[in-house]
Design a protein around this ligand. Structure first.
Ligand SMILES: NC(=O)c1ccc[n+]([C@@H]2O[C@H](COP(=O)([O-])OP(=O)(O)OC[C@H]3O[C@@H](n4cnc5c(N)ncnc54)[C@H](O)[C@@H]3O)[C@@H](O)[C@H]2O)c1
Length: 326
């Protein structure tokens, strides 16, 4: 209902007493609705998740938490400038933008998420750290709060068990940049109850994303298919089967991919690729597609992380890709 109202206003339909109407809809909705959301970690992913939740107009508040003041301030700046850009491009009205921005509460106090209906965790990719945060959240949050992790590569089951509320736990895997990428993988474990899954799945749709359902398999759907294919391309380099340029050109022109696998790996970050596949290969040594290619290990050893460090499989000049580095 709220998204219908938002769409009408987006297309210029004037609705009198909009704030009163929205609050009536919220108060008459059933308990299956997620009214308040907390986002833990306001980095690259977390600020995007906060923004799309706020822009959906579906929530009475979105609590944006980061334990580090500088990350919180950076996340806030990114959200504000991105929403202002949406206004200047005519994607949302100034009135909606102001209402959306007002619905976000920025905080470094974890106790401020105590009463939210859904927590989405987006701190750095570290199992011990995430486990600690979920244990803390379990102590703080109301018993019915649903917990979700945005992890790309860690086991949702392991996090769920650490949280002490495994039946209310699932993965919500957004893609970067969150504002642009439509997909969210909704990941269930053997513990996740149906009600939790359905609420989270419907929440994803309510914030204008496309939801897909997936079991707790390493990499879920997208990365399980994508990461091994990047590793295969790197192994081709290790074996000197083909050059960087020819591998990338082949997948672009022969398979219709928007960019080649080595170009994409530079874009994702070679350190990120390395830690994902290293973790998987240690956890699943019997899986032949989880291998760490020699060239990847070497690039990471010399801190050639791709686009973000200026050098990877290619030279990078800011956002511009240069010549291949052999
Ligand atoms: N970057 C991607 O493309 C991408 C895509 C999908 C999922 N993810 C996942 O999202 C999560 C966040 O990734 P990101 O790229 O936004 O990372 P990021 O480095 O941009 O942000 C991480 C956040 O964690 C916070 N943080 C750092 N150390 C902390 C600590 N000790 N305690 C609490 N908070 C701490 C930082 O302040 C920051 O806000 C990871 O689990 C990652 O796997 C990333």
């Amino acid at each position: 209902m709220i998204s219908i109202v938002n769409k009408l206003t987006k297309y210029g339909v004037k609705i009198p007493n909009m704030d009163i109407l929205l609050s009536c809809i919220r108060s008459t909705s059933t308990s299956t609705r997620i009214d308040t959301v907390g986002v833990i970690g306001l980095g690259l992913m977390g600020h995007g998740i906060c923004q799309v939740a706020a822009v959906s107009g579906n929530h009475s508040s979105v609590i944006a938490f980061d334990s580090r003041k500088e990350s919180l301030d950076r996340g806030r700046k990114n959200i504000e400038s991105s929403i202002l850009k949406m206004v200047s491009k005519g994607k949302i009205s100034e009135e909606d933008a102001n209402r959306n921005l007002k619905s976000i509460v920025y905080t470094t106090e974890i106790s401020d998420v105590a009463n939210v209906d859904l927590v989405v965790e987006a701190v750095i990719e570290n199992m011990d750290l995430k486990r600690k945060w979920f244990q803390k959240l379990n102590d703080i949050c109301k018993p019915e709060t649903i917990f979700a992790s945005n992890t790309s590569s860690l086991s949702i089951t392991e996090l769920a068990e650490a949280s002490n509320r495994p039946e209310l736990f699932l993965g919500l895997h957004f893609f970067n940049p969150v504002q642009m990428m439509r997909l969210v993988e909704v990941v269930y474990t053997k513990h996740t109850n149906t009600d939790t899954f359905d609420k989270a799945f419907n929440w994803v749709k309510s914030i204008d994303k496309e939801a897909v359902k997936c079991g707790d398999t390493p990499g879920f759907i997208v990365n399980r298919l994508l990461v091994p294919s990047l590793m295969q391309a790197m192994q081709m380099l290790d074996r000197r089967d083909a050059t960087i340029n020819d591998i990338d050109l082949s997948l672009k022109l022969g398979a219709g991919h928007p960019m080649g696998p080595l170009h994409l790996a530079d874009y994702i970050g070679l350190d990120t690729c390395y830690y994902i596949v290293k973790g998987w290969s240690e956890r699943y040594p019997q899986e032949p597609s989880f291998v760490v290619p020699h060239c990847l290990k070497e690039k990471v050893r010399y801190q050639h992380f791709g686009r973000k460090s200026g050098k990877g499989f290619y030279q990078w000049y800011g956002e511009k890709r240069g010549e291949p580095v052999n």
